[in-house]
Design a protein around this ligand. Sequence first.
Ligand SMILES: [Zn+2]
Length: 453
Amino acid sequence: MKLFILGILLPFWNGVNPDQDADTLLIKHVHVIKMESKRVLQDQDVLIAHGKILSIQEASENQNSDSFQVVDGTGKYMVPGFHEMHFHWRNQDGGIERDLNLLLANGVTTVRNMAEYDWQDQVDIREKINSGEIFGPRYFTTGPYLNSSMLQTEEEALEVVKTHLEKGYDFLKIADNLPKNIYLTLLEEAEKVKLPVIGHAQRAMDLDYSLRMKSIEHVEEFVYLFDEEQRKSEEVMRETVQAIQVSGITIVPTLKVFERIVHYLNDAQFEKLRELEQAQYLLPGDRNYWLSEENPYRKDLKGKVLFGKDATVLLTEWLEWMKDFTLHLAESGIPLMIGSDTFGLVVPGFSVHEEMELLQEVGLDPFEILKASTVTPARYLRTQAQEGTVSIGKNANLVLLNSNPLEDIRASKDISAVIFNGKLLDSTALDSLLKEVLEINASYISSSGSDKD
Ligand SMILES: [Zn+2]
């Protein structure tokens, strides 16, 4: 198929065939970060047609580009489209389109949804995106958020795997401690039918049990696997990181959502959250709820004692430990993926950049952070032949940035344009995606709270 497309399009590229091809896009004079290494290819011309990258070559003025849509990429940096690997659609008001717009406007071209609540049909959303009925990033989804009450017998475990296959979910997500026999039955049955199992840790069992999943969501889970003394032990840290590394498992840290919870409890930080620009993209009812004293963390935890300590102090300590742990994971080369949990004032799309920025503050190298949002999730999702790098023959799902993200990851949010399925979304198009969300929001005076996790 690729050769066929190349055969058809190379004549255009060489200027032999002057016919118009609206599907062909030429980005000129752009710096390309392929994400194969830290190397930046300076001043390139990137040709895109029918949704694929056709060529990447040193910029020249020789091509006859009359028949292409030409974009001046001078001074811009081209990176692969970002992946949001821990997304939740929390509030049905206004529809899924609100969130999908926010994701695309922020350069997220692939998203993994992490639960199906009872008012949703996540496979239907995925299929509608694939068929073009809904405009949104490439979509993957887990099945329902499974807690132990739904998995009380081995028969139920077998049944849940069966229904996941029938329904066509991409992943099975465990969100709770399960009895050992049920957990093992579930893993074995899912493995037989090649259904990846992911989720929270099995907190009541040794780490080794949790490492049998394809990924662990939230480094917070590791807090609960250990007691305070163990968390302070360098030996425990070393052994844990080694066990994770050897297992080959992937970890999605979701640090920002936890930091935000800590900030809800701190009066000065909470006050600062009122200035959070992206909060305008939340539904008005959600925004008001999270910014008010009704915020459940302020209401239920502020000033309260947790495990014998002031909750704010304790959660702050946990956050610091989680950051340190994440840095150890990164330094050991354990595959990490960017996911934000899109919960409360963690606003879809924008939160991908916040998570990346926090990882930079933690001490991760910008290249490693970009990997966690491009190369690593592509391989994890088994889409590495089409996604994850800026490479000839891969899907043209790309982001053009105004500055170099390898020098400072905060460049990731300074987006000049997004190329999605080979089509250019320039700054006007991206702005109108955001404007649509504001228009939908304006039609909601108030709305209900949102589902957790
Ligand atoms: Zn989640």
